[in-house]
Structure formats: structure tokens, C-alpha cells
Design a protein around this ligand. Sequence first.
Ligand code: HEM
Length: 136
Amino acid sequence: MSLNAAVLRESLELVAQREPLITKRFYEILFDRYPQVQPLFSRNAPERQQKMLQDAIVAVVEHVEDSEWLKQNLTAIGSKHVDYGVTPEMYGWVGASLLATLAEIAGPAWTAEVEKAWTDAYGAISGLMIEGAKAS
Ligand code: HEM
């Protein structure tokens, strides 16, 4: 997997400095655009979910050059997502909402190169998760 690790790290750092809880804004955008997914998020308090997703994004970006780590962890998480009621189509909704969140917080720093790095990374991540979901 050839992902632009340097661009991803730099952009995540910038966004996290401006908005430590990126995922709080992410859930607002997701539930506003796709209210039908909100009932799936019922097991944990919103603060806990935000923290889990934020930690997952940071961990994935840290391991973006470690394809073995990505494959093992993301296929396992993808398989768990089937139990949460997540379908493959929802990955597109989450991806669009996540990119919109990052773009909003980054502002002018959201260049075409940064957008491509995140689009490629999310495509690779969701591809592995969906693979794990299918295998489960
Ligand atoms: C980049 C893709 C994604 C990543 C990295 C991710 C990561 C996570 C993580 C780390 C958890 C915590 C529990 C666990 O380890 O299984 C979780 C829970 C969850 N995720 Fe995701 N997820 C992704 C995509 C999605 C999508 C597309 C949906 C669809 C709406 C979704 C819905 C959920 C739900 C419903 C839970 C359970 C929440 C709860 O316990 O209340 N996720 N996700």
C-alpha cells in the first residue's frame, strides 16, 4: 500500500492542534447528513465513542507504512463492525463526513495533495475493514 504518510501525519497534527476532538465535529456532520446511522451508536456515551475513533485514526496514521499491522487490525475491526450493524455502503458516508470534517478544520491548509492523501488512506482503510467484514 503506497500512502503519503508524511502528508497525512503533518495534516493530522495541524488539525488536531486546532481541534483536539476532531471526532466530535465528525459525528455532528455524520448525523446531520446521515441521521439513519445515529441509532447504531447506542452502546457507549458519545464522549467515549469520540475518544475511540480519535485513537483509531491516530493509530492508523502512525502505522500507515506498516501494511501487516494495518491488515491485521483493520480486518479485525471490520469484522466487529458487522455486529454493530454497519453495512459496506456506510463506509462511503463515514469517509465523506470524515473528509468534510478535516477539510473544515484545516481550512486553507486543505490542499489537493492533502485531500488526495486522505482519500487514498480512507479508501485503503475501509477496503481492509470491508474485507474483514466479508470474511466474518
Ligand atoms: C475508517 C473506518 C472506521 C474506523 C477506523 C472505525 C473505528 C472504530 C473503533 C475503533 C470502534 C470502537 C470499537 C471497536 O474496536 O470495534 C468503532 C465502533 C463503532 N463504529 Fe466504527 N470505524 C470505522 C468506520 C465505521 C463506519 C463506516 C460505521 C458506520 C456507521 C461505524 C460505526 C461504528 C459503530 C456503530 C460502533 C460502535 C459504537 C458503540 O459501541 O456505541 N464505524 N469504530
